[in-house]
Design a protein around this ligand. Structure first.
Ligand code: SAH
Length: 444
Protein backbone atom coordinates (compact mmCIF):
# COMPACT_ATOMS: atom_id res chain seq x y z
CA UNK A 1 0.00 0.00 0.00
CA UNK A 2 1.65 3.27 -1.04
CA UNK A 3 0.12 6.75 -0.82
CA UNK A 4 -3.36 5.30 -1.06
CA UNK A 5 -6.33 7.38 0.06
CA UNK A 6 -8.90 5.67 2.25
CA UNK A 7 -11.82 6.59 4.48
CA UNK A 8 -11.41 6.07 8.23
CA UNK A 9 -13.32 6.68 11.45
CA UNK A 10 -11.51 8.03 14.50
CA UNK A 11 -12.19 5.90 17.58
CA UNK A 12 -10.16 7.70 20.24
CA UNK A 13 -7.15 9.89 20.90
CA UNK A 14 -3.65 9.08 22.10
CA UNK A 15 -1.81 11.03 24.80
CA UNK A 16 -0.26 13.33 22.18
CA UNK A 17 -3.69 14.34 20.87
CA UNK A 18 -3.47 12.27 17.68
CA UNK A 19 -6.61 10.51 16.44
CA UNK A 20 -6.64 6.70 16.63
CA UNK A 21 -7.93 4.78 13.58
CA UNK A 22 -7.73 1.18 12.37
CA UNK A 23 -6.03 0.50 9.05
CA UNK A 24 -5.45 -3.10 7.84
CA UNK A 25 -6.24 -4.28 11.36
CA UNK A 26 -3.52 -2.07 12.85
CA UNK A 27 -3.90 0.91 15.16
CA UNK A 28 -2.63 4.06 13.43
CA UNK A 29 -2.27 7.47 15.09
CA UNK A 30 -3.21 10.38 12.82
CA UNK A 31 -2.25 13.99 13.65
CA UNK A 32 -5.06 16.62 13.68
CA UNK A 33 -7.91 14.09 13.71
CA UNK A 34 -10.52 14.24 16.48
CA UNK A 35 -12.36 11.42 18.24
CA UNK A 36 -15.62 10.58 16.41
CA UNK A 37 -14.65 12.20 13.10
CA UNK A 38 -14.60 10.45 9.75
CA UNK A 39 -11.97 11.51 7.25
CA UNK A 40 -10.15 10.62 4.09
CA UNK A 41 -6.51 9.98 4.93
CA UNK A 42 -3.45 9.31 2.82
CA UNK A 43 -1.75 6.13 3.90
CA UNK A 44 1.95 5.33 3.60
CA UNK A 45 3.40 1.94 4.43
CA UNK A 46 7.10 1.52 5.03
CA UNK A 47 8.59 -1.73 6.28
CA UNK A 48 5.32 -2.83 7.83
CA UNK A 49 4.85 0.55 9.56
CA UNK A 50 1.68 2.37 8.54
CA UNK A 51 1.32 6.13 8.86
CA UNK A 52 -1.50 8.34 7.68
CA UNK A 53 -2.28 12.01 7.30
CA UNK A 54 -5.59 13.80 6.90
CA UNK A 55 -6.58 14.75 3.35
CA UNK A 56 -10.08 15.97 4.22
CA UNK A 57 -12.45 15.71 7.12
CA UNK A 58 -15.84 14.31 6.16
CA UNK A 59 -17.79 14.34 9.40
CA UNK A 60 -16.51 17.10 11.67
CA UNK A 61 -16.46 16.96 15.45
CA UNK A 62 -18.35 19.73 17.27
CA UNK A 63 -15.05 20.40 19.04
CA UNK A 64 -13.21 21.31 15.83
CA UNK A 65 -12.23 24.97 15.40
CA UNK A 66 -10.13 26.80 12.82
CA UNK A 67 -6.54 27.04 14.12
CA UNK A 68 -5.56 30.64 14.88
CA UNK A 69 -1.98 30.18 13.71
CA UNK A 70 -1.11 29.97 10.04
CA UNK A 71 1.94 27.78 10.72
CA UNK A 72 -0.05 25.23 12.73
CA UNK A 73 0.33 22.36 10.26
CA UNK A 74 4.05 22.85 9.57
CA UNK A 75 5.46 24.04 12.89
CA UNK A 76 4.68 21.13 15.21
CA UNK A 77 5.15 23.24 18.37
CA UNK A 78 1.40 23.11 19.10
CA UNK A 79 -0.65 19.99 18.44
CA UNK A 80 -4.18 20.95 19.56
CA UNK A 81 -5.11 24.26 17.94
CA UNK A 82 -7.79 22.47 15.91
CA UNK A 83 -9.61 21.70 19.19
CA UNK A 84 -11.64 24.34 21.05
CA UNK A 85 -9.97 25.30 24.33
CA UNK A 86 -12.78 23.66 26.29
CA UNK A 87 -12.23 20.44 24.35
CA UNK A 88 -8.46 20.66 24.98
CA UNK A 89 -9.24 20.75 28.72
CA UNK A 90 -11.52 17.71 28.40
CA UNK A 91 -8.89 15.86 26.39
CA UNK A 92 -6.21 16.50 29.05
CA UNK A 93 -8.60 15.67 31.89
CA UNK A 94 -9.57 12.39 30.23
CA UNK A 95 -5.99 11.35 29.57
CA UNK A 96 -5.07 11.92 33.23
CA UNK A 97 -8.25 10.13 34.39
CA UNK A 98 -7.32 7.16 32.21
CA UNK A 99 -3.69 7.06 33.29
CA UNK A 100 -4.41 7.56 37.01
CA UNK A 101 -7.66 5.54 37.02
CA UNK A 102 -6.74 3.31 39.93
CA UNK A 103 -6.23 6.21 42.34
CA UNK A 104 -9.74 7.68 41.87
CA UNK A 105 -8.48 11.03 43.15
CA UNK A 106 -8.27 13.29 40.08
CA UNK A 107 -9.62 16.86 40.43
CA UNK A 108 -10.99 18.95 37.59
CA UNK A 109 -8.17 20.47 35.48
CA UNK A 110 -7.32 24.13 36.14
CA UNK A 111 -7.36 25.81 32.73
CA UNK A 112 -6.33 29.30 31.63
CA UNK A 113 -8.62 32.29 31.14
CA UNK A 114 -6.71 33.52 28.11
CA UNK A 115 -4.84 30.57 26.60
CA UNK A 116 -2.60 32.59 24.22
CA UNK A 117 0.67 34.58 24.37
CA UNK A 118 1.59 32.91 27.65
CA UNK A 119 5.19 31.79 26.99
CA UNK A 120 7.86 33.91 28.63
CA UNK A 121 10.72 32.12 26.88
CA UNK A 122 11.09 32.14 23.12
CA UNK A 123 13.60 30.15 21.15
CA UNK A 124 14.25 30.72 17.48
CA UNK A 125 16.74 28.86 15.31
CA UNK A 126 18.30 30.98 12.57
CA UNK A 127 19.06 29.72 9.04
CA UNK A 128 18.94 30.51 5.33
CA UNK A 129 15.83 29.47 3.45
CA UNK A 130 15.96 28.03 -0.08
CA UNK A 131 15.97 31.52 -1.60
CA UNK A 132 18.92 32.58 0.53
CA UNK A 133 16.90 34.81 2.87
CA UNK A 134 17.58 34.69 6.59
CA UNK A 135 14.71 33.06 8.44
CA UNK A 136 14.09 32.22 12.07
CA UNK A 137 11.75 29.69 13.55
CA UNK A 138 11.84 26.10 14.69
CA UNK A 139 13.56 22.98 13.44
CA UNK A 140 11.21 20.59 11.67
CA UNK A 141 11.16 17.33 13.58
CA UNK A 142 14.27 15.18 12.99
CA UNK A 143 15.73 17.53 10.36
CA UNK A 144 18.16 20.43 10.10
CA UNK A 145 15.52 22.41 8.24
CA UNK A 146 14.16 25.56 9.92
CA UNK A 147 10.48 26.40 9.38
CA UNK A 148 10.15 30.18 9.32
CA UNK A 149 7.76 31.37 12.03
CA UNK A 150 7.24 35.12 12.06
CA UNK A 151 4.56 35.27 14.69
CA UNK A 152 3.57 32.75 17.30
CA UNK A 153 0.29 32.94 19.19
CA UNK A 154 1.52 31.24 22.35
CA UNK A 155 4.63 33.37 22.80
CA UNK A 156 4.93 36.76 24.40
CA UNK A 157 4.47 39.09 21.41
CA UNK A 158 7.47 41.46 21.72
CA UNK A 159 9.82 38.48 21.36
CA UNK A 160 8.75 37.98 17.73
CA UNK A 161 9.46 41.63 16.97
CA UNK A 162 12.91 41.42 18.57
CA UNK A 163 13.76 38.32 16.56
CA UNK A 164 12.64 40.05 13.39
CA UNK A 165 14.91 43.04 14.13
CA UNK A 166 17.82 40.65 14.71
CA UNK A 167 17.23 39.06 11.31
CA UNK A 168 17.33 42.51 9.69
CA UNK A 169 20.44 43.59 11.60
CA UNK A 170 22.22 40.41 10.56
CA UNK A 171 21.90 41.52 6.95
CA UNK A 172 23.36 44.99 7.55
CA UNK A 173 26.17 43.57 9.73
CA UNK A 174 26.77 40.75 7.22
CA UNK A 175 26.39 38.09 9.90
CA UNK A 176 25.60 34.64 8.54
CA UNK A 177 23.26 32.15 10.10
CA UNK A 178 24.90 28.94 11.29
CA UNK A 179 24.50 25.86 9.13
CA UNK A 180 24.05 22.67 11.17
CA UNK A 181 25.31 20.45 8.34
CA UNK A 182 28.51 22.29 7.45
CA UNK A 183 29.26 23.92 10.81
CA UNK A 184 29.75 27.25 8.94
CA UNK A 185 28.14 30.57 9.85
CA UNK A 186 27.75 32.60 13.05
CA UNK A 187 24.31 33.06 14.64
CA UNK A 188 22.67 29.80 15.73
CA UNK A 189 19.74 30.77 17.92
CA UNK A 190 18.02 33.72 19.47
CA UNK A 191 16.59 33.23 22.94
CA UNK A 192 14.33 35.87 24.48
CA UNK A 193 13.24 35.62 28.14
CA UNK A 194 10.72 38.08 29.54
CA UNK A 195 9.70 38.86 33.11
CA UNK A 196 5.91 39.26 32.89
CA UNK A 197 5.74 41.26 36.12
CA UNK A 198 9.07 43.13 35.93
CA UNK A 199 8.77 43.70 32.14
CA UNK A 200 12.52 43.02 31.91
CA UNK A 201 13.68 41.41 28.66
CA UNK A 202 16.82 39.34 28.12
CA UNK A 203 18.14 38.55 24.64
CA UNK A 204 20.62 35.70 24.34
CA UNK A 205 22.48 35.48 21.04
CA UNK A 206 23.76 31.93 20.64
CA UNK A 207 26.76 32.13 18.33
CA UNK A 208 29.35 29.71 16.99
CA UNK A 209 32.50 31.69 17.82
CA UNK A 210 33.90 34.17 20.38
CA UNK A 211 34.67 36.59 17.55
CA UNK A 212 31.63 38.79 17.04
CA UNK A 213 32.56 41.47 14.51
CA UNK A 214 30.85 44.81 15.23
CA UNK A 215 29.19 43.50 18.40
CA UNK A 216 28.95 46.89 20.16
CA UNK A 217 27.26 48.53 17.19
CA UNK A 218 25.01 45.51 16.72
CA UNK A 219 23.84 45.70 20.33
CA UNK A 220 23.40 49.50 20.14
CA UNK A 221 21.26 49.22 17.02
CA UNK A 222 19.17 46.49 18.63
CA UNK A 223 18.64 48.59 21.77
CA UNK A 224 17.67 51.61 19.67
CA UNK A 225 14.91 49.57 18.05
CA UNK A 226 13.90 47.86 21.29
CA UNK A 227 14.45 50.01 24.37
CA UNK A 228 12.48 47.39 26.34
CA UNK A 229 15.53 45.05 26.24
CA UNK A 230 17.25 45.20 29.62
CA UNK A 231 20.12 42.80 28.99
CA UNK A 232 21.93 41.13 26.07
CA UNK A 233 24.11 38.04 26.52
CA UNK A 234 26.34 36.30 23.99
CA UNK A 235 26.45 32.53 24.46
CA UNK A 236 29.12 30.64 22.54
CA UNK A 237 28.18 27.19 21.32
CA UNK A 238 30.82 25.85 18.93
CA UNK A 239 29.85 22.20 19.17
CA UNK A 240 27.97 20.21 16.54
CA UNK A 241 25.00 19.48 18.74
CA UNK A 242 21.27 19.98 18.95
CA UNK A 243 21.71 21.35 22.49
CA UNK A 244 20.96 25.06 22.17
CA UNK A 245 23.19 26.73 24.76
CA UNK A 246 26.98 26.41 25.03
CA UNK A 247 29.17 26.80 28.14
CA UNK A 248 30.79 30.21 27.59
CA UNK A 249 28.84 33.39 28.14
CA UNK A 250 29.63 37.08 27.87
CA UNK A 251 27.30 39.84 28.96
CA UNK A 252 27.15 42.45 26.19
CA UNK A 253 24.69 44.78 27.89
CA UNK A 254 22.94 45.07 31.25
CA UNK A 255 23.05 42.67 34.20
CA UNK A 256 23.13 39.34 32.36
CA UNK A 257 19.89 38.16 33.97
CA UNK A 258 16.28 39.24 34.35
CA UNK A 259 14.06 39.31 37.39
CA UNK A 260 10.45 38.31 37.86
CA UNK A 261 7.94 38.02 40.68
CA UNK A 262 6.04 34.84 41.53
CA UNK A 263 3.72 34.44 44.54
CA UNK A 264 5.19 37.58 46.14
CA UNK A 265 8.90 36.65 45.85
CA UNK A 266 11.38 38.17 43.39
CA UNK A 267 13.50 35.81 41.31
CA UNK A 268 16.65 36.30 39.30
CA UNK A 269 16.77 34.23 36.11
CA UNK A 270 19.99 33.53 34.15
CA UNK A 271 20.17 32.41 30.51
CA UNK A 272 20.72 28.75 31.45
CA UNK A 273 18.52 28.45 34.53
CA UNK A 274 15.20 26.68 34.31
CA UNK A 275 12.22 28.92 34.92
CA UNK A 276 8.59 27.86 34.36
CA UNK A 277 7.52 29.09 30.92
CA UNK A 278 3.93 30.03 31.81
CA UNK A 279 4.16 32.38 34.80
CA UNK A 280 0.39 32.89 35.14
CA UNK A 281 -0.33 29.19 35.52
CA UNK A 282 2.81 28.66 37.60
CA UNK A 283 1.18 30.68 40.39
CA UNK A 284 -1.95 28.52 40.07
CA UNK A 285 0.21 25.37 40.23
CA UNK A 286 2.36 26.52 43.16
CA UNK A 287 -0.64 27.77 45.16
CA UNK A 288 -2.27 24.37 44.76
CA UNK A 289 0.92 22.50 45.68
CA UNK A 290 1.49 24.67 48.77
CA UNK A 291 -2.13 24.34 49.78
CA UNK A 292 -1.82 20.53 49.60
CA UNK A 293 1.17 20.62 51.97
CA UNK A 294 -0.84 22.32 54.79
CA UNK A 295 2.37 23.61 56.38
CA UNK A 296 2.27 24.89 59.97
CA UNK A 297 5.67 26.67 60.20
CA UNK A 298 7.19 23.73 62.11
CA UNK A 299 8.18 21.52 59.20
CA UNK A 300 11.54 20.69 57.69
CA UNK A 301 10.88 20.80 53.96
CA UNK A 302 12.89 19.38 51.07
CA UNK A 303 12.49 20.96 47.62
CA UNK A 304 14.05 18.50 45.18
CA UNK A 305 14.85 19.57 41.60
CA UNK A 306 14.41 23.12 42.87
CA UNK A 307 15.64 25.13 39.85
CA UNK A 308 16.23 28.75 40.88
CA UNK A 309 14.58 28.04 44.24
CA UNK A 310 11.06 29.23 43.47
CA UNK A 311 9.13 26.70 45.55
CA UNK A 312 11.76 26.73 48.34
CA UNK A 313 11.54 30.47 48.83
CA UNK A 314 7.78 30.71 48.49
CA UNK A 315 7.21 27.99 51.13
CA UNK A 316 9.97 29.27 53.43
CA UNK A 317 7.51 31.58 55.18
CA UNK A 318 5.40 28.58 56.16
CA UNK A 319 8.19 26.20 57.18
CA UNK A 320 10.89 25.94 59.85
CA UNK A 321 13.66 25.11 57.39
CA UNK A 322 13.88 24.37 53.69
CA UNK A 323 16.55 22.38 51.86
CA UNK A 324 16.73 22.82 48.08
CA UNK A 325 18.70 20.54 45.75
CA UNK A 326 19.39 21.13 42.07
CA UNK A 327 21.88 19.83 39.47
CA UNK A 328 22.32 22.97 37.34
CA UNK A 329 25.01 25.14 38.92
CA UNK A 330 23.76 28.39 37.36
CA UNK A 331 20.29 27.73 38.76
CA UNK A 332 21.74 27.09 42.24
CA UNK A 333 23.73 30.36 42.06
CA UNK A 334 20.49 32.13 41.16
CA UNK A 335 18.68 30.35 44.00
CA UNK A 336 21.27 31.50 46.60
CA UNK A 337 21.06 35.09 45.33
CA UNK A 338 17.28 34.88 45.32
CA UNK A 339 17.25 33.87 49.00
CA UNK A 340 19.40 36.93 49.88
CA UNK A 341 17.36 39.19 47.64
CA UNK A 342 14.15 38.19 49.43
CA UNK A 343 15.87 38.35 52.85
CA UNK A 344 15.11 34.70 53.53
CA UNK A 345 17.56 32.82 55.74
CA UNK A 346 15.88 29.54 56.63
CA UNK A 347 16.64 27.99 53.22
CA UNK A 348 19.81 26.16 52.11
CA UNK A 349 20.60 25.18 48.57
CA UNK A 350 22.82 22.32 47.39
CA UNK A 351 24.24 21.81 43.91
CA UNK A 352 24.00 18.04 43.44
CA UNK A 353 22.24 15.24 41.69
CA UNK A 354 18.98 14.86 43.63
CA UNK A 355 19.32 11.05 43.80
CA UNK A 356 22.85 11.18 45.21
CA UNK A 357 21.84 13.90 47.66
CA UNK A 358 18.90 11.82 48.91
CA UNK A 359 21.14 8.81 49.52
CA UNK A 360 23.34 11.02 51.72
CA UNK A 361 20.32 12.41 53.59
CA UNK A 362 19.05 8.88 54.18
CA UNK A 363 22.50 7.81 55.51
CA UNK A 364 22.51 10.76 57.88
CA UNK A 365 18.95 9.90 58.94
CA UNK A 366 18.00 13.52 58.30
CA UNK A 367 14.53 14.32 59.54
CA UNK A 368 12.27 15.58 56.75
CA UNK A 369 8.55 16.28 57.18
CA UNK A 370 7.45 17.35 53.71
CA UNK A 371 8.99 16.82 50.29
CA UNK A 372 8.21 18.84 47.20
CA UNK A 373 9.64 17.19 44.10
CA UNK A 374 9.50 18.52 40.56
CA UNK A 375 11.75 16.38 38.37
CA UNK A 376 12.36 16.85 34.62
CA UNK A 377 10.32 14.95 31.99
CA UNK A 378 12.24 11.73 32.59
CA UNK A 379 10.86 11.63 36.14
CA UNK A 380 12.81 10.61 39.22
CA UNK A 381 15.15 7.64 39.63
CA UNK A 382 15.24 4.63 41.88
CA UNK A 383 18.16 6.07 43.87
CA UNK A 384 16.05 9.09 44.75
CA UNK A 385 12.82 7.20 45.36
CA UNK A 386 14.33 4.44 47.50
CA UNK A 387 16.04 7.02 49.75
CA UNK A 388 12.86 9.07 49.83
CA UNK A 389 10.84 6.20 51.26
CA UNK A 390 13.68 5.59 53.75
CA UNK A 391 13.42 9.17 55.01
CA UNK A 392 9.68 8.65 55.63
CA UNK A 393 8.38 12.20 55.15
CA UNK A 394 4.74 12.53 56.15
CA UNK A 395 3.81 14.18 52.89
CA UNK A 396 5.16 14.13 49.35
CA UNK A 397 3.98 16.68 46.82
CA UNK A 398 5.05 15.50 43.38
CA UNK A 399 4.83 18.04 40.54
CA UNK A 400 5.35 16.69 37.05
CA UNK A 401 5.30 17.83 33.44
CA UNK A 402 5.12 14.23 32.24
CA UNK A 403 2.25 12.20 33.74
CA UNK A 404 3.62 8.97 32.27
CA UNK A 405 6.85 9.03 34.28
CA UNK A 406 4.95 10.43 37.26
CA UNK A 407 2.56 7.47 37.18
CA UNK A 408 5.58 5.11 37.05
CA UNK A 409 7.06 6.81 40.13
CA UNK A 410 3.68 6.83 41.94
CA UNK A 411 3.54 3.07 41.47
CA UNK A 412 6.90 2.78 43.28
CA UNK A 413 5.86 5.10 46.09
CA UNK A 414 2.47 3.45 46.61
CA UNK A 415 4.26 0.06 46.88
CA UNK A 416 6.55 1.51 49.55
CA UNK A 417 4.25 3.02 52.14
CA UNK A 418 2.51 5.97 50.51
CA UNK A 419 -1.04 6.57 49.37
CA UNK A 420 -2.22 9.00 46.71
CA UNK A 421 -4.56 11.58 48.28
CA UNK A 422 -5.18 14.01 45.45
CA UNK A 423 -4.12 14.60 41.84
CA UNK A 424 -4.55 18.05 40.32
CA UNK A 425 -4.01 18.57 36.57
CA UNK A 426 -3.05 22.12 35.58
CA UNK A 427 -2.98 23.42 32.01
CA UNK A 428 0.43 25.07 31.81
CA UNK A 429 0.78 24.60 28.05
CA UNK A 430 -2.46 25.50 26.20
CA UNK A 431 -2.63 24.54 22.50
CA UNK A 432 -0.15 21.70 23.07
CA UNK A 433 -0.84 18.19 24.38
CA UNK A 434 1.37 18.72 27.43
CA UNK A 435 -0.20 18.69 30.85
CA UNK A 436 1.22 19.35 34.31
CA UNK A 437 0.02 17.44 37.37
CA UNK A 438 0.57 17.88 41.07
CA UNK A 439 -0.01 14.89 43.30
CA UNK A 440 -0.29 14.77 47.08
CA UNK A 441 0.82 11.60 48.79
CA UNK A 442 0.84 10.77 52.45
CA UNK A 443 2.43 8.05 54.53
CA UNK A 444 0.06 5.24 55.36
N1 SAH B 1 10.94 23.32 40.73
C1 SAH B 1 11.55 24.21 39.77
C2 SAH B 1 12.27 23.50 38.61
C3 SAH B 1 11.58 22.34 37.97
S1 SAH B 1 12.28 21.79 36.44
C4 SAH B 1 10.50 25.17 39.22
O1 SAH B 1 9.31 24.98 39.41
O2 SAH B 1 10.90 26.15 38.59
C5 SAH B 1 13.30 20.49 36.87
C6 SAH B 1 14.63 20.90 37.42
O3 SAH B 1 15.35 19.70 37.72
C7 SAH B 1 15.54 21.70 36.48
O4 SAH B 1 15.95 22.88 37.11
C8 SAH B 1 16.73 20.77 36.23
O5 SAH B 1 17.97 21.46 36.10
C9 SAH B 1 16.73 19.91 37.48
N2 SAH B 1 17.34 18.58 37.40
C10 SAH B 1 17.36 17.73 36.35
N3 SAH B 1 17.96 16.58 36.69
C11 SAH B 1 18.32 16.68 38.00
C12 SAH B 1 18.97 15.82 38.92
N4 SAH B 1 19.36 14.58 38.56
N5 SAH B 1 19.17 16.24 40.17
C13 SAH B 1 18.76 17.48 40.56
N6 SAH B 1 18.14 18.36 39.72
C14 SAH B 1 17.93 17.96 38.46
Amino acid sequence: MKNEQIKVKCVGMDEEGKGIVKIKGKEVHVPYLIDGETAVVEVTEKRNFISAKVVRIQEKSKDRVIPKCKYFNQCGGCQLQHLSYEAQGNFKQNSILKLMKKYKKVNEILTMKDPYFYRNKVHAAVAYDKKGDIVSGIYEENTHHVTAVKECIIQHKPADEITESIRELMKSFKLKPYNEDTGQGFLRHVLVKTGFVSKQVMVVLVVSSQVFPGKNNFVNELLKKHPEITTVVMNVNNRKTSVVLGETEKVLFGKGYIEDTLCGCIFQISPKSFYQINPIQTEVLYNKAIDMAKLTSNEIVLDAYCGIGTISLIVSHKAKNVIGVELNKDAVKDAIKNAKRNKINNVHFYNEDAGKFMVELAKKKQSIDTVFMDPPRSGSDEKFLSSLVHLEPKKIIYISCNPITQERDLRYLTKHGYSVEEIQPVDMFPQTYHVETVCLMSRV
